[in-house]
Design a protein around this ligand. Sequence first.
Ligand code: UDP
Ligand code: MG
Length: 167
Amino acid sequence: MPVWSSLWQGSSGTPELQEKTLVIVKPDAVQRRLVGDVIQRFERRGFKLVGMKLLQADRDILDKHYHQLRQKPFYPALLAYMSSGPLVAMVWEGYNVVRSTRAMVGDTNSAEAKPGTIRGDFSMHVSRNVVHASDSVETAHREIGFWFHRHELVAWECGDREYTYGP
Ligand code: UDP
Ligand code: MG
C-alpha cells in the first residue's frame, strides 16, 4: 500500500473507499454564486465531503499549488485570478474519487469541455474555468496538504454506504 494511503484515513472502511481529492471552487464561481451547484454534483454522485473552507488565497499557497505551471506565460494572470476573491477548498472522499472528479470537471479548456461536465455547463474560457480538481492520487495527497491541516479533515460514517457501495 502506498504511504499516502495510510494517511488521513477514516475511522473505518477499506482504503480504496477512502481515496481523497482536492476540489477548489475558484473565485469566479464564488462571485457567480455557483458554490452550491458544484457541491451538489459531488453530493449527488455519492462522494463524501470530509473537509471544506472558504478563504482568500495568498501568493504563498498559490505558488505551491501551481508550482508546476510557474514557467507558463499565463502564470501571472492565473495567480491574479485565483487571488481575486474568496475561493472554497474542499476534500471529497470515495471510490476512485480522483478519476471520477476529473471526469465530472471536464476539459481544462472550457470550449472542449463536454456538456454535463462542470466546466462544460458553467464556463466558456480557460482563464475562468470555475473549478480545480487534483489530477492523480499522488497530486491529491500533496495538494490536500497545502490547503488543509490534518485536524481539519473529518472522518465520519456515511449512513447510505450499503446503498452506494454495497455491503
Ligand atoms: N490555465 C490558463 N490558461 C491556460 C491553461 C491553464 O489560465 O492556457 C489555468 C486554468 O485555470 C487551469 C489552471 O491554469 O485550470 C491549471 O492548468 P492545468 O493544465 O493543470 O489544468 P486543470 O488541471 O485545471 O484542468
Ligand atoms: Mg491541473
